[in-house]
Design a protein around this ligand. Structure first.
Ligand code: ADP
Length: 401
């Protein structure tokens, strides 16, 4: 009787154990059905073995199919056994026209020998080479990256084909820009000396005509002098840009009064120009530390722009004040103003606001770029507030000493 009782309890335990394993198996099957399992590790002869599920392969197949790079696999004989649609798109050949073909047959003749030895090498180690495929209107530069694949005991080569045209174009553009910069730099250097010398002769001649009392000739030379000054300003701007970019712009620092500097500049301007109504308010003693000449270059650029981009006789208000440990200089005009979308761009190199009017104003779009770089070097900030059609205020701040 006791034995029967024991057997009955053993059977119950076995039954519970089986029920547990059944539950576990059912939840695994459910997880596989839901695509939550990519691989199974199963113990075989006490050794763990990895089984990849078909559904997992599918994910990678879709990934390779969708990727931007071309991807193909070659068998031992160099025949294409798999090809994704990106590669077929690159060559404009349907996949059916590529599968089963010798890879070397689709390689342009000029590269065949090189690619043949690349293929041989790839069976031993990963290898890469740049070649070009004939495209629709032009050659398509690509990078071939080859590696050996070992799947289920068989061997094949994978070839990834990366389109390099975007990269090459960017390189070309960079090279052209560098050449342009180089040209500008040489040209401006070469122009500087003759322009300085012309300016010297103009001044000499002006002086001697004045002595002779030839006012007409003196006046004409005065006009020539104004134009030569513009030319020489453009040349210095070009040279400055080059120096800013190479970090070679020299700063001669000293302590100076920003208010006194601005006052001096405005008074000088007022003495020979009356095209605009220049007003200024300056707070005394705004001592800052920096390159006085370069800061004066910034102020003069802002005032010149205010004059250039606003109608004759309109007001230009120049203000120097101090607050919160900073000296602040602003130049306000009531001219054409700047659209919000242009307000950040105008500080860029060679940027000029487009439009039919722009060609009527001289300039190369460098003044604000240089000014912003100078102010930044002085640990300050150059900003603009503007309303299109109403006017603009340019403002810079410098730390007070
Ligand atoms: P530019 O030599 O062309 O004047 P800047 O770098 O000094 O070069 O200015 C860049 C552009 O910003 C100008 O071409 C102009 O369109 C715009 N701009 C600058 N200052 C003003 C201003 N006070 N009012 C309206 N537009 C301005």
């Amino acid at each position: 009787m006791q034995q029967t009782q024991q057997k009955y309890e053993d059977l119950l335990t076995q039954n519970e154990d089986l029920q547990l394993r059944l539950d576990e198996a059912e939840s695994i099957i459910e997880a596989i059905r839901n695509g939550e399992v990519d691989a199974l590790i199963v113990k075989k002869d006490n050794e763990p073995q990895l089984y990849t599920l078909r559904s997992a392969d599918h994910t990678y197949r879709v990934f390779i199919e969708k990727m931007h790079d071309g991807a193909i696999t070659l068998n031992r004989q160099g025949i294409i056994v798999y090809c994704n649609s990106s590669f077929s798109d690159m060559l404009h050949i349907p996949i059916s026209g590529l599968l089963g073909k010798q890879f070397l047959d689709i390689i342009p003749r000029a590269y065949r020998i090189a690619v043949r030895s690349l293929l041989e090498k790839a069976w031993h180690s990963d290898s890469k080479a740049e070649i070009s495929f004939p495209g629709e209107n032009r050659l398509l530069p690509v990078l071939l990256s080859l590696s050996r694949l070992e799947v289920d005991g068989g061997q094949s080569l994978s070839v990834i084909i990366t389109d390099l045209s975007f990269q090459k174009e960017a390189q070309e553009q960079k090279k052209t820009l560098e050449q342009k910069d180089e040209f500008i730099s040489i040209a401006s250097h070469e122009l500087k000396t003759p322009v300085t010398s012309i300016k010297g002769y103009i001044q000499l001649l002006r002086h001697s005509f004045k002595e002779e009392g030839n006012t007409r000739a003196e006046e004409m030379l005065g006009r020539a002098d104004v134009q030569v000054n513009k030319l020489s300003k453009l040349i210095s701007e070009l040279l400055d840009v080059r120096k800013i970019e190479n970090g070679q712009l020299q700063y001669n620092e000293e302590s100076f009064d920003l208010a006194a500097l601005v006052k001096e500049m405005v008074q000088e301007l007022l003495s020979f120009s009356n095209t605009h109504d220049l007003c200024y308010t300056v707070e005394d003693n705004c001592m800052v530390y920096g390159d006085r000449h370069k800061i004066s270059q910034v102020v003069s650029n802002l005032i010149e722009n205010a004059i250039k981009y606003s109608p004759a006789k309109s007001q230009v208000i120049i203000d120097v004040s101090q607050a919160d440990g900073k000296a602040c200089c602003s130049v306000q005009d009531f001219g054409r103003g700047i659209r919000p979308e242009e307000q950040l761009k105008i500080f860029g190199r060679f940027y000029r606001v487009g439009g039919s009017l722009e060609s009527t104003y001289s300039g190369m779009g460098l003044g604000l770029y240089i000014s912003a770089a100078i102010i930044k070097k002085h640990h300050g900030k150059l900003t603009v507030e503007s309303e299109y059609g109403k006017g603009s205020t340019f403002r810079f701040e410098l730390p007070l000493m």
